[in-house]
Write a protein that binds this ligand. Structure first.
Ligand SMILES: NC(=O)C1=CN([C@@H]2O[C@H](COP(=O)(O)OP(=O)(O)OC[C@H]3O[C@@H](n4cnc5c(N)ncnc54)[C@H](OP(=O)(O)O)[C@@H]3O)[C@@H](O)[C@H]2O)C=CC1
Ligand SMILES: N[C@@H](C=O)C(=O)O
Length: 263
């Protein structure tokens, strides 16, 4: 049994989540793995127990179903061994907004935002009380890019990024680290699950390279980690411009450009 804190990872049956599981097991952390596919979770758990000698527990859960989500929330609230939450489970959606079924977009929002939010809300008070711990939220560069034409998916990822930055400001003073990870296209099953032909897509990052880079940001306690961004100055400039815009908000009166000419 590891003496390090345990790590709970959602979406751990494949892709980025499964890779985080391998990496944290390699670091000696016990794990709690969450996803719908129990067979894949069981296989990964057995492999990691055997390879790394860590304890691995699984929770089969559909995070769009409130009863399943509540079970994971309860585990996060009550299991004091869990010191790290990796909010990774998510799905993508292509196509135009007017063609997307309302129930489908609601389900996407439920998974990518509500589930992530509720799990962070479940664990954050306990971590803050302990004065230590970490929450890793998996966003996407698509959350920066309405031009990409993935309006609902991108909106969910913009939510993840904003929430992470806000929680970082609130929780770092209480000893809790919050990281937003923003991958770009990464070779996982998300593409086929969303109906895309991965072989028809441009070159993308291998998932191990993505997670290893994200963990470099984690070890550095970086707030927003963007592995595919090769010039970090771009992010710094964007965040500085955002703060300059805010400093120019004078809310008492409408800006001159909106003043009606006197009749
Ligand atoms: N791959 C990429 O290009 C990028 C991915 N991301 C983000 O990375 C995260 C992981 O995705 P990725 O690894 O690529 O994709 P995968 O499809 O490989 O993994 C998604 C994981 O989420 C789980 N999951 C899906 N739906 C549910 C559900 N309803 N309840 C519980 N678990 C669910 C899946 O497990 P199961 O089916 O067993 O439930 C699986 O383990 C997502 O949040 C995605 O938005 C961000 C940017 C780029
Ligand atoms: N999941 C990918 C798009 O569907 C991404 O976030 O880049």
């Amino acid at each position: 049994m590891s003496t390090r804190s345990s790590v709970l990872i959602t979406g751990a049956s494949s892709g980025i989540g499964a890779t985080y599981a391998k990496r944290f097991a390699g670091r000696g952390h016990d794990l709690v793995l969450v996803a719908r596919d129990k067979a894949r979770l069981d296989a990964l758990a057995a492999q990691l127990r055997q390879e790394h000698g860590v304890a691995v527990d699984i929770i089969q859960a559909d995070l769009t179903q409130s009863r399943d989500l509540a079970a994971v929330e309860t585990r996060l609230r009550e299991d004091t061994r869990i010191g790290v939450l990796v909010n990774n489970a998510g799905a993508s959606m292509f196509g135009s907004f007017i063609d997307q079924a309302t129930d489908d977009v609601e389900r996407l929002v439920a998974l990518n935002t509500i589930a992530l939010l509720r799990l962070a809300s479940a664990v954050a008070p306990r971590l803050a009380q302990a004065g230590e711990g970490a929450i890793i939220n998996i966003g996407s560069v698509v959350g920066l890019a309405p031009e990409f034409g993935m309006s609902v998916y991108g909106a969910t990822k913009a939510f993840v990024q904003f929430l992470s930055q806000g929680l970082s400001l609130e929780l770092v003073p209480k000893g809790v680290y919050v990281q937003a990870v923003l991958p770009a296209a990464t070779r996982t099953e998300i593409w086929e699950r969303a109906g895309a032909d991965i072989n028809a897509l441009p070159e993308m990052m291998e998932v191990g390279e993505l997670v290893d880079a994200a963990l470099v940001g984690f070890d550095r306690r970086e707030v927003v980690t963007i592995p595919p961004l090769h010039d970090a100055v771009r992010w710094d400039a964007l965040d500085t411009a955002r703060q300059l815009l805010l400093s120019d908000i004078r809310q008492a009166h409408a800006a001159e450009r909106y003043q009606q000419a006197a009749a």
